[in-house]
Every structure is written in C-alpha cells, then in structure tokens.
Design a protein around this ligand. Structure first.
Ligand code: NAD
Length: 511
C-alpha cells in the first residue's frame, strides 16, 4: 500500500520492495523451533499469518497443539536436566547471551521489517525502539548475571546456612502481539541468564520475530533445547503450555481475562508459579498549578497514540483540573492531527495499523459505546485507509467522559483518549484509583508536596511525575490490582525465574 495513493519514493519504496521480496520468494519460515530445528506441527496443520498493513498473506505458520508443546517441554526438560546450560558458569552464559544480543542488533533491518509486517507498527519504531530495546534487555541480563551473589544467613557457630537462588527448570513464556520482540526479551533475558530452559509461545497474531529469535540464539551458541518457540493459538498451544505438568513457571504477558485463566490452569495442573503482566487503564492527572502544560500535552498525545494505542501502559484516561481543561483539550486535539495513520513501511509514518480486523472492530465498538453513552467525540472516531485492505483508526479524543462509562473503565487498546474533569485533589485521586487496573499513572504539578502526596496515594506499579516517557530496563515494570502480580525488567525479574534454596550445614565447633 501507499498512504493516500501517493507513488512510493525513497526509503518507503525500499522497504516495500524488501517486504515484497520476502513474500514473493517465500523466504519466510513459519515452522516451530524445537530442539534446534525448524519443524512443522506434528499434525502438519498451519494457520495463515496475514499482515494488518494490507491484508497480504505473509506465510502459513505451524499451528502448535498439545503434542507440539509436549515435545518442546520434553526437549527443554532434558536440556535442563543434563545441565548443558544451567551448568555453565555465569560468565559463559553471559558471553553467549551477549552474542545473542549482538546478533539481534545485526539483524535489525530484517527483524524490524518482520515486526512491522506482522503487527502493523511503523517501521521507524520497529527499527528505533523495538529491536534495540529487545537487544538491550538480553544484553543487560547477560551483563548482570555474573555479578549477582547469594547469601549466607547469620547463624550460630555450629551451622552454616546458604541461601541460594537456583534456576526453576522449564519456563513457559506466553506473550502478546503489541511489542512481540520486547515482550519476549523481557522474559528471555532473566529466564535464560539464570539457567532455565524456556518454551516461548508468541501470539498467533505476531509469531515471526519470535521464531527468528530461536535461530539467532542458536547461532550465538545457546545449546539446542534451551529455547523452544512454538507458535499457535492461545486456546490450543497456550493452554497446553500453561496446563503442562512439567512446566515450573509461566511468565505471562497479556490481557487480564487470560491472566485470570492462567491462575486457573496452574490450579488445575501442578501449581506452577504464575507471573502475570496484564492490562491497564492508566490515569494522567494534570493540576492547574502545573508549569509544564505544553510538555504534558505532548506526553499524553505520544503516550496514547504511540504504537496505535496498543500499549498496556498507554495513558488512556486524561484527568484534568477543570480550570485548565478547555485549553488543554484543544491542544491535545491539535497534537492528534500529527498522529494520523499512514503506511507503516514509510519511515515518516508515526501511527500504523491495528493488529487485525478483530482489534479494529473492538476499538470501533468502544467508540460507538462512548457516543451512545453521551461522551463527545472531539476528533477522530472513524476507521481510516480502509481501501488499503488494512486496519487503521484515526487518533480519537473523547471529552465529557463520565467515570461509569465503558471507555473510562475498560482497556480499549487503541488510539482513543478519554478526558475526565475534576475540581479537587481528592476527586482526582478517587477518579485515578477508581479502576480495577493499576499499571501506571502520571501526575503533573509544580508543587513538590502535591506531586509526592499524589504519587504516594496512587495505586499503580509505576508513577511518573511531570513526565511520562522515561523508561529503562533497569527499573521494574508491572502492576497493582488486576494489572498483574509479577515484575518484568530490573534485577527483581530474576526472582520470578529462580527458586530460593536454603542449605544447612552442621559445623563441628571443636576441631
Ligand atoms: P491476550 O491475553 O489475548 O493474549 C496474550 C497471549 O496469551 C497470546 O500469546 C495468546 O495466544 C495467549 N492466550 C490467549 N488465550 C489463552 C488461553 N486461553 N490460554 C493460554 N494462552 C492464551 O492478550 P493480547 O491481546 O495478545 O495482548 C494485549 C494485552 O496484553 C493487553 O491487555 C495489554 O495491556 C497486555 N499487555 C500487558 C503488558 C504488561 O507488561 N503489563 C505488556 C504488553 C501487553
């Protein structure tokens, strides 16, 4: 496609040609990655992987089912038991994972193109954000792992008590489609660095980069069986992995609905640990004493429209003090114009396609519900570029949103901002915390007491003060309430993939 039918030129032409070559030459491989090889599903079934950019068929992908998951888990268990990876010195694991990160960076163009074709985000973001962030996550855990020490407990002379972290064994990593590479890397970094084997189940909507990660890890020297990648549907491959009796923990990122099911699967099977990273409905609160209104406008527009609004931490509820609300909303509407969707393969495009038709229908359904419930659509609210065969929505802002409306409570996962107004700090806090989610929040105020007071009272895993864009692998990422129970990123993520072991030794005090 080319947006608005302009002829393709320059960089856009180059990316389109590359994309065309990939599909024409049938260079894409949708088979699973098990025990160091590409393999078809046991029953040879596939599903069609189509691009949301224009609906083109990319490649048939192996439709993993219980038998495929079982083969992957068995291989992963064998790799763990013979200690081909867990038994390596941390410095060796570090070297191999650093090489893995390097290879991700070296394959930047290929991985970015796959990511954009598979899930519709703009190529400039796949290149500038997704690939480097995934490589950095793997490299960061590689660098960390030979610097983490265990503990010795303060016991009496007659004993020695070692408190050690051991790898758990086989980890099931089930990830979503919105940042396929980054979400996979947030699991693989800490799980592999600590010596586990991992069975990765990418989303059926975005399996292609995960499959390439398997091959690149092998090239870096990761022993076969340590990283398995089985594509397939959630209710088939995903469920089989979460129910498997020989999986020790699930690192899950996805919707709260499926996170709930994860806890059930663990209860029905072997009580495997479940670490859920789930949805959000993050509040962005601006007080009338803010001295950074222009930055706040930019931050909220970028936060909600980046990645087509398909970000768990998108600030989808804008809470404005009534005194500044009218001007602020006008400025946000003006900024929204810069986020019109366009051709994702054009490097100038800022907003791409939603991941598939289902997601398009979901977002449009929320827009309809907002209109029916009486919210005012100030800009957007319509599908865009429909003649491309892809799935695009205009950046959309609703004013006069009431706390009980669906668009104020439910995660839309699209470029739709809900504006609510408040008069007092207490009211702002009640609105912000009046959500079943608690992933992130932001508070804008020039008064340090108020900023700290509100930040402390917000029930969210991350609170931003006078900004929204700081983010780094060094800090934990995760939610309160129904946004989850785990923490990705930072050294805290190592806890999820390790068991805590105590070893008591008797010491005879007399020689
Ligand atoms: P989803 O829950 O539909 O799917 C996530 C993964 O789970 C996919 O791989 C899917 O195939 C699998 N799955 C689906 N049903 C399953 C089942 N019954 N059993 C086992 N596996 C199953 O979520 P999604 O639509 O892919 O992703 C969007 C969601 O992810 C949003 O809610 C978003 O907020 C959340 N998310 C959270 C974070 C975070 O760190 N908190 C980050 C990114 C995305």
């Amino acid at each position: 496609m080319s947006d608005t039918h302009t002829p393709l030129t320059g960089q856009a032409r180059i990316w389109h040609d590359r994309a065309q070559a990939l599909t024409d030459d049938r260079r894409l491989d949708g088979r699973a990655w098990i025990n160091g090889q590409r393999v078809a599903a046991r029953d040879a079934q596939t599903f069609e992987c189509r691009s949301p950019i224009d609906g083109r068929l990319l490649v048939p992908v192996a439709r993993g089912q219980a038998a495929d998951i079982d083969a992957a888990v068995q291989g992963a268990r064998q790799a763990f038991n013979d200690r081909r990876w867990a038994g390596k010195a941390p410095a060796i694991r570090k070297r191999i994972l650093l090489r893995f990160a390097e290879l991700i960076n070296q394959h930047k163009d290929e991985l970015a193109l796959l990511e954009t074709l598979d899930m519709g985000k703009p190529i400039q973001h796949s290149l500038g954000v997704d690939v480097p962030a995934a490589a950095r996550a793997i490299a960061w855990y590689a660098e960390a792992i030979d610097k983490v020490y265990d503990e010795v407990a303060p016991t009496a002379d007659s004993a020695l008590a070692l408190i050690q972290r051991e790898p758990m064994g086989v980890i099931g990593a089930i990830v979503p489609w919105n940042y396929p590479l980054i979400m996979a890397a947030w699991k693989l970094g800490p799980a592999l660095a600590t010596g586990n084997s991992v069975v990765l189940k990418p989303s059926e909507k975005s399996p292609l980069t995960a499959l390439r990660l398997g091959e690149l890890a092998q090239k870096a020297g990761l022993p076969d069986g340590v990283l398995q990648v089985v594509p397939g549907f959630g209710h088939e491959a995903g469920e089989a992995l979460a129910l498997h009796m020989d999986v020790d923990a699930i690192g899950f990122t996805g919707s709260t609905r499926v996170g709930r099911a994860m806890l059930g699967y663990a209860g029905q099977s072997n009580l495997k640990r479940v670490f859920n990273e789930l949805g959000g409905k993050s509040a962005f609160i601006v007080f009338d004493d803010s001295d950074a209104i222009e930055r706040a406008v930019d931050a909220v527009a970028t936060g909600i429209f980046f990645n087509q609004g398909e970000s768990c931490n998108a600030p989808s509820r804008l809470l404005l003090h009534r005194g500044i609300a009218d001007d602020f909303v006008k400025a946000v509407v003006a900024r929204a114009a810069r986020w019109q969707p366009g051709d994702p393969l054009n490097p100038r495009t800022q907003m791409g396609a939603l991941v598939d038709e289902g997601q398009l229908r979901t977002v449009l359904g929320y827009i309809d519900s907002a209109r029916e419930q009486g919210a005012h659509c100030l800009t957007g609210g319509e599908q865009a570029l429909a003649d491309t065969g892809g799935f695009y929505v205009q950046p959309t802002v609703f004013d006069q949103v009431q706390p009980g409306m669906r668009i104020a409570q439910e995660e839309i996962f699209g470029p739709v901002l809900s504006v609510l107004r408040f008069d007092t700090e207490a009211e702002a806090l009640a609105l912000a915390n009046g959500s079943s989610y608690g992933l992130q929040a932001s508070v804008w105020s020039a008064h340090i007491d108020r900023a700290h007071r509100v930040a402390r009272a917000l029930r969210a895993g991350t609170v931003h003060v006078n900004q929204y864009d700081e983010d780094d692998i060094t800090v934990p990422f995760g939610g309160y309430k129904q946004s989850g129970n785990g923490r990705d990123k930072s050294l805290h993520a190592l806890d999820k993939y390790t068991e805590l072991k105590t070893t008591w030794l008797r010491i005879n005090a007399r020689g």
